[in-house]
Design a binder for this molecule. Structure first.
Ligand SMILES: *[C@@H]1O[C@H](CO)[C@@H](O)[C@H](O)[C@H]1NC(C)=O
Ligand SMILES: *[C@@H]1O[C@H](CO)[C@@H](O)[C@H](O)[C@H]1NC(C)=O
Ligand SMILES: *[C@@H]1O[C@H](CO)[C@@H](O)[C@H](O)[C@H]1NC(C)=O
Ligand SMILES: *[C@@H]1O[C@H](CO)[C@@H](O)[C@H](O)[C@H]1NC(C)=O
Ligand SMILES: *[C@@H]1O[C@H](CO)[C@@H](O)[C@H](O)[C@H]1NC(C)=O
Ligand SMILES: *[C@@H]1O[C@H](CO)[C@@H](O)[C@H](O)[C@H]1NC(C)=O
Ligand SMILES: *[C@@H]1O[C@H](CO)[C@@H](O)[C@H](O)[C@H]1NC(C)=O
Ligand SMILES: *[C@@H]1O[C@H](CO)[C@@H](O)[C@H](O)[C@H]1NC(C)=O
Length: 648
């Protein structure tokens, strides 16, 4: 049947060569981000209603990014049917996608006036602009121009909390496409480094057809990240196609891709992590070449600029198909990086990881895309990742600290990165601290809590003060702190970490924060400012959770605006004899386990960390010294800490 259809398509193509299937929809190019241009081509508003039908089934792709990283949240954002979305992606309805993972989204596309669109409703959040909504939240599935037409009847400002119709870019096949057997158009979100031919290859589509569908040609094929490319499809797309295209083809074909099956029955895995010992000799397989090539590809591209006229700085031009096979062996930069990485980072073969995890069996799935495995008798955590992981690898490869998770090695296979980490026996801190957590039999005593806080502070201090360049972690939350067998803390998940230098231009990242909003400092939420003081604020929130046993979202419910309001009553009490407020403030499970004076010192520390003014917050080094005193005093049973948080 399929073969027949294939034959049929081929026959049609032979009879009417692709060149006759004329231009369908002009590619948007870079116009989409220039919101001020009003005379722009109409393509910025949407794809023209030039199809056979006014309404059709269409598909979108979306890149998962917290808080839009679950089946339900993505379906909600894009007004899609969650059941269909989960089926299309071969995952369960409660699945959480990895950050950057490509998600296929089914949608109904309809013609409204001149343009096709798939409507969705979006609730405006603090700090949103049309560009941020279109580019960052929707990743380019809509444009600021299209959003502006929708809100033209509103006042000029967009208000937090108000609802906005966002038209998503979709299209229905034209008569000529239909005649060529094209039944669906998929609005593919382009990401860094992709080419029309690579995207076509993902979906098994002829490059020529894709070029034509977007009014591009063999001589005019440049495409840009965060714009949509229409991919003409005969059959509905399926999950096995959405994995990122691997770097240039290699000698040995990779094993067929296996997308991990949805998490099935609740597997009672204890989060068991343990240190990975030093693993056997490094084999410099071609995998290294691939890894390094991938890692340094972007750097490389700058030295061999592609044939693009005046590409704007913020957009990376896309290399011509064929140009991709750079002669990496001759590149000294490449050789240097190879040797520096090979010394410290193990490169695993995919087969090793397969056997470590029983071929990524659901039984080995810990959570999300993290698997537990055993390599050479040592337990490891293996995280399957998509997209650009070079940030995390580069960072983890250069830092070595007892309180930062250790990256044991990496593997690249078939478009996916696999990062192999040390394993921490007791799992995430979030499993342990919340009073109302289901696993309420898990609890930590006062000393353990202070030790964990100190560990996290030491890890952050190291990132801030002892790495070059200094890093801001940016991702502080209880689920990103893992506990080893001795309940010592290790910070994990470095994909958001940023160098603290060159902070301008990071404003766009504001969209990242929504998922862990409660931990984010006011200046970051309001102005996108990134500094090490952002982590200090996040640390204050974490410490608040640690001592109260309450989740940050519950704490927010107790206040009007600023989280530090929860401390007011307690701080008022300082000079009185009663400890009532303090007693009800501290986690009830700690009753009788702490000295009130020390708890009060901790409250003051939290208050300092939560200062609205970043410069009024202590730095991580001060925090760490202070906590270390509290810990020592707790051990000694001393009544109060002799140093005090600097008056602020
Ligand atoms: C839009 O206007 C600018 C000048 O205001 C001009 O340079 C540009 O060519 C115009 N673009 C189109 C598509 O007309
Ligand atoms: C979603 O799709 C499923 C399966 O196609 C269907 O049974 C269900 O009614 C749909 N839900 C909505 C709200 O349209
Ligand atoms: C999309 O939203 C517009 C209003 O913003 C509405 O007029 C139109 O009917 C909607 N289209 C669909 C298919 O729901
Ligand atoms: C669009 O978003 C991406 C990632 O979120 C960002 O890198 C890019 O700079 C944004 N583009 C504009 C014009 O803001
Ligand atoms: C804006 O208002 C005009 C006239 O009042 C109406 O024709 C148009 O459909 C409205 N647009 C939207 C997006 O609601
Ligand atoms: C147009 O709609 C008709 C009737 O619903 C359907 O049979 C046909 O396949 C559609 N054509 C395309 C190209 O979607
Ligand atoms: C996915 O699509 C490819 C290419 O169209 C096809 O060969 C494969 O059988 C499809 N897989 C599923 C599970 O539908
Ligand atoms: C997802 O839902 C299924 C049932 O639909 C359930 O068995 C499974 O435990 C759920 N997984 C998670 C992680 O909640």
């Amino acid at each position: 049947m399929l073969a027949l259809r294939f034959f049929f398509v081929c026959a049609i193509l032979l009879i009417c060569p692709p060149i006759l299937i004329q231009a369908q929809q002009p590619y948007i190019r870079k116009l989409s981000t220039n919101c001020a241009v009003t005379n722009a081509s109409t393509s910025v508003f949407g794809y023209a209603c030039n199809g056979v039908n006014d309404t059709c089934q269409a598909y979108l792709t979306f890149r998962s990014k917290p808080p839009y990283n679950t089946v339900v949240s993505i379906a909600g954002l894009l007004n899609a049917n969650a059941t269909q979305l989960s089926q299309l992606n071969l995952v369960s309805e409660n699945y959480t996608f990895g950050t950057g993972e490509t998600v296929l989204v089914p949608t109904r596309c309809s013609c409204l006036g001149q343009f096709y669109q798939a409507n969705t409703t979006y609730v405006i959040q603090s700090g949103d602009t049309p560009l941020l909504i279109a580019n960052d939240t929707f990743g380019g599935l809509s444009t600021c121009h299209a959003i502006n037409t929708e809100r033209s009847n509103l006042t000029t400002d967009i208000y937090t909390g108000s609802r906005l119709t966002v038209p998503l870019r979709c299209a229905c096949p034209t008569e000529k496409q239909a005649a060529a057997g094209i039944n669906y158009l998929l609005s593919y979100l382009i990401t860094w480094g992709q080419t029309v031919s690579a995207i076509s290859a993902i979906f098994g589509v002829d490059t020529g057809l894709t070029l034509q569908a977007n009014e591009l040609s063999e001589t005019d094929f440049n495409i840009y990240p965060f714009t949509t490319l229409l991919v003409p499809l005969s059959n509905p797309p399926n999950k096995s196609q959405t994995i990122a295209p691997p770097p240039p083809p290699t000698t040995s074909p990779p094993p067929s891709p296996l997308s991990p099956p949805p998490p099935t029955s609740a597997n009672d895995h204890k989060w068991v992590y343990m240190l990975v010992g030093v693993l056997g000799g490094v084999v410099l397989t071609f995998a290294i070449g691939l890894c390094i090539f991938y890692l340094f590809f972007s750097k490389k591209k700058k030295t061999t600029p592609p044939t693009v006229s005046s590409a704007s700085q913020s957009f990376e031009a896309i290399v011509k198909p064929g140009d991709k096979k750079l002669d990496i062996d001759e590149d000294s930069e490449f050789l240097e990086s190879l040797s520096s990485i090979a010394q410290s980072l193990k490169v695993y073969k995919f087969e090793q990881l397969q056997s470590a995890t029983q071929d990524f069996s659901p039984d080995c799935l810990i959570k999300g895309s993290v698997y537990q495995g055993t390599i050479n008798g040592n337990l490891v955590a293996i995280k399957k990742m998509h997209g650009d992981v070079s940030n995390e690898i580069r960072l983890l490869n250069t830092i070595h600290h007892h309180n930062l998770i250790h990256l044991a090695g990496v593997c690249f296979d078939d478009g996916h990165w696999y990062l192999v980490y040390e394993f921490a026996v007791n799992g995430p801190l979030s499993d342990w601290i919340y009073y109302n957590a289901l696993s309420s039999n898990k609890s930590l005593n006062w000393m353990q809590r202070i030790q964990i806080a100190l560990d996290v502070a030491n890890g952050l201090d190291y990132l801030h003060s002892y790495t070059t360049p200094p890093y801001v972690y940016k991702n502080l939350e209880s689920s990103n702190i893992l506990l080893d067998g001795d309940f010592r803390a290790k910070i994990t998940n470095f994909d958001l970490a940023r160098s603290a230098e060159g902070q301008e231009g990071q404003f766009a990242l504001t969209r990242h924060i929504v998922g862990t909003r409660g931990y984010m400092s006011p200046e970051y939420l309001e102005n996108g400012l990134i500094s090490t003081k952002l982590d200090v604020y996040g640390f204050g929130v974490l410490l608040l959770e640690i001592v109260t046993g309450k989740h940050v979202s519950d704490l927010y419910e107790m206040v009007n605006k600023n989280l530090s309001e929860v401390l007011y009553d307690v701080l008022q009490e300082e000079n009185t004899d009663t400890n009532e407020k303090l007693t009800s403030f501290i986690d009830q499970r700690l009753q009788g386990n702490y000295l009130p004076e020390l708890a009060m010192s901790l409250v003051k520390l939290i208050d300092g960390c939560l200062s609205k003014d970043p410069s009024a917050r202590p730095d991580m080094n001060e925090v760490s010294q202070y906590l270390s005193r509290i810990l020592t005093a707790s051990q000694a049973g001393a009544l109060s800490v002799t140093i005090s948080v600097q008056a602020r």
